[in-house]
Design a protein around this ligand. Structure first.
Ligand SMILES: [Zn+2]
Length: 676
């Protein structure tokens, strides 16, 4: 079949025919599906960032396609080596199969793009898979076996080849879009040799109301309870965001989401907030930094802090996503690129080949704990240490392994990873309440699971670090099972989602304290700065809690029943702006302000979520109504007005469009760090 794939190229025919599926992916499927995905990308990134996102997607797909191309070619070369029957016939059949495969990719892409386009008008025709496959086979056979088909194939091949080459050009842009790596300027006269070590443990999706430490009925956190007996427990600590990226960015940058703008899952904090972040300050002041995370979205590299850390170990999960912290170090846009359909499709394919996850050890805390402890055991101690460990449980899937599984709900239901994924936001309201209760029990079991390892880790890490160590245990956000609202993200800012643990143990502290002060994640950086004796960064939005930790007397709770006593600390905020352009003015979303006993949740702009009820501002008296059952907005208009003004004032200061980045980050080249 000399005409089936043209005769002009110098590349041998077998290689050219086997390249057809590769060209279909890189030159047809990628540009078309990328175009359909442009709208969310433009929401989350600058227009110029489309270039490196495309280049990254191309690079990832090319890396996958190259071995596939070789594997597809080899049988054809083998079959063509012999001219005796039945090999020529088999070779021809293989060539036809390759053309049908390419046709399948193109037809599937066209159907996907058509459906997506229809979806923008709210329509869907839901083409059945059998129709797509049947159409693809018919098109493929026509292209392989008929003269007009072969002419069409040559045209498609030319388009695919041209677009593939253009994609390769986008790859050239990648070096220009790396993380900023300006030289690190150490602070003069700050060897830091006597400064305390710092251990920061963040636990994903750990809701304070679900911890026995915070009064939960189930004995979920016996180990953290024990740790807190020699530390200061903040009873009213809040996350500044309600999912991983903004929460972690707030902890590390000391700024709230309206400032750092890590508003969506695959994005990161602005350069200027990273350059004044806790890791940057610690590195400049002589610390040796290390981190281990089992959630790539909470990884230092994926969030752009990787350069400050001399040691990193992450991605130890068995999850097969391409959004990996290790890859992010070299490919800044890999998390975004992994959302492009052909790349995401590869993930699904690998999942399919891998089979459903067996057991429920997907995010075993030991994957993070053991490398962290090994690093501590061997690290050079000429400098003070900052070690940050992020554990994935009790993030969904909730199913914990034995012996924790079934501890709070012995039913045979919802016991594996496939059946303990939450229904996000208002989709939870579709579930029967009995199932919500089971899922909540599974979550609590997972809290107990992570508590076991967290307690063990803190003990062992303190043994290695010695007594001159500050330990902070907190969470990036919580998890919701009430108000018909599931999990986290979305506009929901209920207490279950944003009330997080915060436990601070000062060096040598042996007496447990509890503080009722209102505090938030952005207070962590200034607290640590004061403890180690360095000044706050000007753009930090929190305050040091060292005074609260050092106070010798507990607050007299009985005397604190009124606004005045509870209102002794400044108001704190929590927010979600995921449906805003990352760098644009913040016009839609939700902001909560907690002030004294009051909590106001303000919903802004036009929000789009499945099953979303009409949203109205909510005001709760948390001292009388901690479960947020009675909206006092109509009964307390003066309070509501005052709190609304607090939000408006902050939004006026920080909620506008981000015009220009003022400073460049000062992240060192980190050649000494081992690879994960
Ligand atoms: Zn999280």
């Amino acid at each position: 079949m000399p005409g089936e794939y043209g005769a002009s190229s110098t590349v041998p025919r077998a290689w050219r025919i086997a390249a057809l599926p590769v060209l279909a992916v890189l030159g047809i499927a990628l540009p078309l599906t990328f175009a359909t995905h442009t709208e969310p990308f433009l929401f989350e990134f600058r227009a110029i960032d489309l270039l490196p996102i495309y280049g990254t997607a191309w690079l990832v797909l090319a890396a996958i396609a190259l071995p596939v191309w070789i594997i597809l070619t080899l049988p054809l070369l083998a079959l063509e080596a012999s001219h005796r029957a039945p090999f020529p016939l088999l070779a021809r059949a293989w060539r036809v199969a390759l053309i049908v495969l390419a046709a399948l990719i193109v037809v599937e892409t066209l159907v996907y793009c058509f459906e997506t386009w229809l979806g923008t008008f709210g329509h869907s025709i839901g083409v059945p898979d059998a129709v797509v496959y049947g159409l693809a086979v018919a098109v493929g056979l026509a292209m392989a076996l008929t003269a007009p088909g072969r002419a069409g194939l040559r045209t498609v091949r030319s388009i695919g080849a041209a677009c593939t080459v253009m994609g390769a050009i986008a790859v050239v842009s990648l070096p220009a879009f790396g993380w900023h790596r300006a030289a690190l300027r150490p602070t003069a006269g700050s060897p830091g040799a006597n400064r305390p070590n710092i251990l920061l443990l963040s636990i994903d999706a750990l809701s304070a109301p679900h911890m026995s430490l915070y009064g939960a009925a189930r004995p979920t956190t016996p180990n953290l309870d024990a740790f807190a007996r020699e530390a200061t427990t903040f009873d009213r600590a809040y996350s500044d965001g309600n999912f991983t990226t903004p929460g972690i960015a707030s902890i590390l940058t000391g700024t709230r989401p309206w400032s750092h703008r890590a508003l969506q899952l695959p994005t990161w904090a602005l350069d200027r907030t990273r350059s004044t972040s806790l890791p940057a300050v610690l590195r400049r002041n002589g610390y040796r930094l290390g981190y281990v995370s089992t959630n790539a979205h909470a990884g230092g590299s994926a969030q752009g802090f990787g350069g400050y850390f001399q040691f990193a170990r992450t991605d130890r999960t068995q999850e097969l996503t391409l959004c990996r912290d290790g890859l992010s170090r070299h490919l800044r846009f890999v998390c975004a690129a992994s959302e492009v359909p052909p790349v995401a499709e590869f993930d699904h394919l690998v999942d399919l080949l891998h089979g459903p996850p067996r057991g429920n050890l997907l995010y075993d805390p030991r994957l993070a704990i053991e490398p962290a402890l090994a690093w501590l055991a061997g690290v050079d101690r000429d400098k003070p240490i900052f070690l940050w460990v992020h554990l994935f449980p009790p993030h969904s899937p909730y199913a914990a392994p034995e012996p924790w599984l079934g501890r709070f709900d012995s039913s045979p239901l919802d016991r594996d990873t496939a059946h303990t994924q939450p229904s996000w936001a208002w989709l939870l309201s579709r579930l029967p309440s009995s199932q919500v209760h089971t899922l909540e029990a599974r979550y609590d079991e997972s809290v107990t699971y992570v508590d076991h390892y967290a307690g063990d880790f803190v003990r062992r890490a303190q043994d290695l670090l010695g007594p001159n160590t500050v330990v902070i245990v907190t969470a990036d956000h919580g998890e919701s099972f009430g108000h018909g609202y599931g999990a986290h993200t979305g506009p929901g800012l209920y207490e279950e989602i944003i009330h997080v643990p915060l436990i601070v143990k000062l060096p040598g502290q042996t007496v447990g304290k509890r503080s009722e002060a209102l505090v938030e994640q952005v207070d962590i950086a200034p607290t640590l700065a004061e403890i180690i004796g360095v000044p706050d960064e000007a753009d930090w939005e929190g305050r040091s809690l060292l005074g609260e930790c050092s106070a010798t007397e507990l607050a007299d709770r009985s005397a604190a029943g009124d606004d005045q006593a509870l209102g002794a600390s400044p108001p704190v905020f929590s927010m979600n702006f995921e449906q805003n352009p990352r760098l644009g003015a913040l016009r839609t979303g939700s902001v909560a302000v907690m002030d004294g006993k009051w909590k106001l949740v303000h919903y802004m702009g036009v929000l789009h979520y499945p099953d979303m009820p009409p949203l109205h501002d909510e005001l709760y008296d948390l001292s009388a109504d901690p479960a947020e059952r009675v909206n006092r907005i109509a009964a307390e208009p003066v309070v509501a007005q005052r709190l609304r003004q607090l939000i408006d004032a902050e939004l006026a200061r920080r909620g506008g469009a981000v015009r220009k980045q003022r400073a460049t980050a000062q992240i060192p080249a980190d050649s000494s760090r081992p690879s994960p």
